[in-house]
Design a protein around this ligand. Structure first.
Ligand code: HMG
Ligand code: MG
Length: 332
């Protein structure tokens, strides 16, 4: 049987249906993609990419149209060996005008490293749950807030913008179900410290669209604003794109994703890849939302990464594109 939606000649250019459908009337004209591949994507990989390859990846992503990218983590290399070259990556990378480069920092030592490396934005990170905080950053929730209070103040004094992550919003690998109020409490404290945006992490990919609607509307009801919220889904159970659609419908405009669908927190058992940037970009193009990202360039980066890492990557769009190229007998 012929698939009416399948068109061999437009593989990389999804059609945007022009007739407005009331169900999707809230979808934004533009979405900001916050690319976490060089950080979240690589942090849990057993094959450690050489610094030059990481830089090539970041530059390729920027060349493909990415305008916000998390390049590494200034964390203890004993905890995250794959990003031990954070200083080299941040120092050697050629910055491009109009692109925001960010990096994770867990404490003042991380912020000092990021400052020496010339970072203009950093991200602090903690979970909504006590146990994940102890496992991931070796601190209680209260101690993490105390630490970040100093980090954010100092960063802002140095002219460095700070983003904030709240992990385990939809579920915790250690504590199970998480009450939305816990995520609100942590998120509110981070905003009060001075972070400009909160990325709400589904660290282990358990969230469903109904839960996303509940989380985002509860955050808004608590006084947070749409421009303060971003979504960060790991696609462990295949719900990430549906979850993103709901978040966008509710007015969120920033989506975290990783090229190829790489990613996962090593201190969250069962976590797997972030939603793939190319899958998000494909879906948004098809629904008429602009991201500024060129799919063809993006998939060629993911394809190269797959070769460097010696494994197939989870991205669905990448698989479809590779199949399409093979059938057409043309290069990627
Ligand atoms: P600690 O062991 O408690 O640190 O680790 P400490 O202060 O006791 O110091 C112990 C040693 O670590 C000392 O070295 C420090 O100098 C060193 P020594 O004297 O023993 O040689 N140290 C550092 N080294 C380099 N950079 C630093 C640093 N700080 C201390 N910044 C720490 C505490 C937070 C450092 C550690 O737990 C750590 O590095 N954790 C990072 C974990 C991580 O990166 N996890 C993945 C990211 S989170 C995530 O993926 C979720 C997210 O994607 C959102 C989502 O999906 O939901 C963001
Ligand atoms: Mg993550």
């Amino acid at each position: 049987m012929t698939d009416p939606h399948h068109n061999e000649t437009t593989d990389a250019e999804p059609r945007s249906e022009s007739a407005p459908v009331p169900l999707f009337s809230g979808l934004p004209a533009e979405v900001s993609i916050y690319e976490v591949g060089p950080r979240d994507g690589l942090q849990n990989e057993t094959v450690i990419l050489p610094t030059a390859r990481k830089i090539e990846m970041i530059e390729g992503l920027v060349d493909a149209g990415i305008r916000r990218v998390e390049i590494t983590s200034f964390v203890n290399p004993r905890w995250i060996p794959a990003l031990a070259d954070h200083m080299e990556v941040a120092r050697q990378l050629q910055r491009r005008e109009g692109v925001v480069y960010s990096a994770l920092v867990p404490n003042m030592r991380g912020l000092d490293g990021a400052t020496r490396a010339g970072m203009e934005e950093v991200a602090i990170f903690m979970a909504a749950t006590e146990t994940h905080n102890r496992k991931n950053i070796n601190k209680s929730t209260a101690k993490a807030i105390e630490t970040y209070k100093v980090v954010v103040k100092e960063a802002l004094d140095r002219g460095i913008r700070v983003r904030g992550y709240v992990s385990c919003v939809y579920g915790c690998p250690y504590e199970g179900a998480v009450e939305v109020q816990k995520a609100i409490d942590v998120g509110r404290q981070l905003l009060d410290l001075g972070v400009y945006e909160l990325s709400l992490g589904d660290t282990i990919g358990v969230g469903t669209p109904l839960q996303v609607a509940h989380v985002i509307s509860s955050m808004l009801a608590s006084g947070m604003t749409l421009d303060q919220l971003a979504v960060h889904f790991h696609d462990t159970r295949g719900t990430a794109l549906a979850n993103i659609t709901v978040a966008l419908q509710l007015g969120v405009r920033t989506v975290d994703s990783a090229a190829g669908g790489l990613g996962g927190c090593p201190y969250a058992p069962g976590a797997s890849g972030n939603v793939a940037t190319e899958d998000v970009v494909y879906m948004l193009q098809g629904m008429g939302s602009k991201t500024g990202v060129e799919l063809d360039k993006l998939v060629s980066i993911s394809d190269r990464l797959s070769g460097h890492l010696g494994k197939e990557l989870p991205s669905k769009y990448l698989k479809a594109h590779l199949g399409h190229c093979a059938r057409q007998g043309r290069p990627i």
